[in-house]
Ligand binder design. Structure first.
Ligand code: HEC
Length: 77
């Protein structure tokens, strides 16, 4: 789902290089919408994306690292 909604304009590596809580991701998605023309996302899908990204960040705590090679990322999520 993140693949579908977030990889259209930039690589997923850009998304996955960021870690943050729900608030951070909500703000990020708002920014995508305001500044970068992100199209509409159904609210429940947006909530799922935010939860997923925030959960992922908890599992992989706070420091930032260089983006993974795309070949190292999971097939889909
Ligand atoms: C319609 C195009 C578009 C879509 C769809 C899109 N983005 Fe972006 N996003 C951009 C552009 C343009 C930038 C700025 C790219 C750059 O700086 O190279 C960006 C940058 C970012 C950044 C880096 C922000 C920073 O602090 O530098 C993150 C994180 C991000 N997007 C997350 C997402 C997520 C999560 C989604 C899915 C919900 C998403 N994007 C969907 C266009 C898009």
């Amino acid at each position: 789902m993140v693949q579908t909604y977030c990889a259209a304009c930039h690589s997923l590596a850009l998304v996955y290089s960021q870690s943050g809580n729900n608030r951070f991701w909500r703000d990020t998605i708002d920014l995508m919408r305001a500044k970068h023309n992100l199209g509409p996302i159904a609210p429940e899908r947006e909530a799922a994306i935010i939860d997923y990204l925030a959960k992922r960040a908890v599992e992989r705590p706070t420091f930032r690292r260089a983006p993974l090679e795309l070949t190292l990322l999971p097939e889909s999520s």
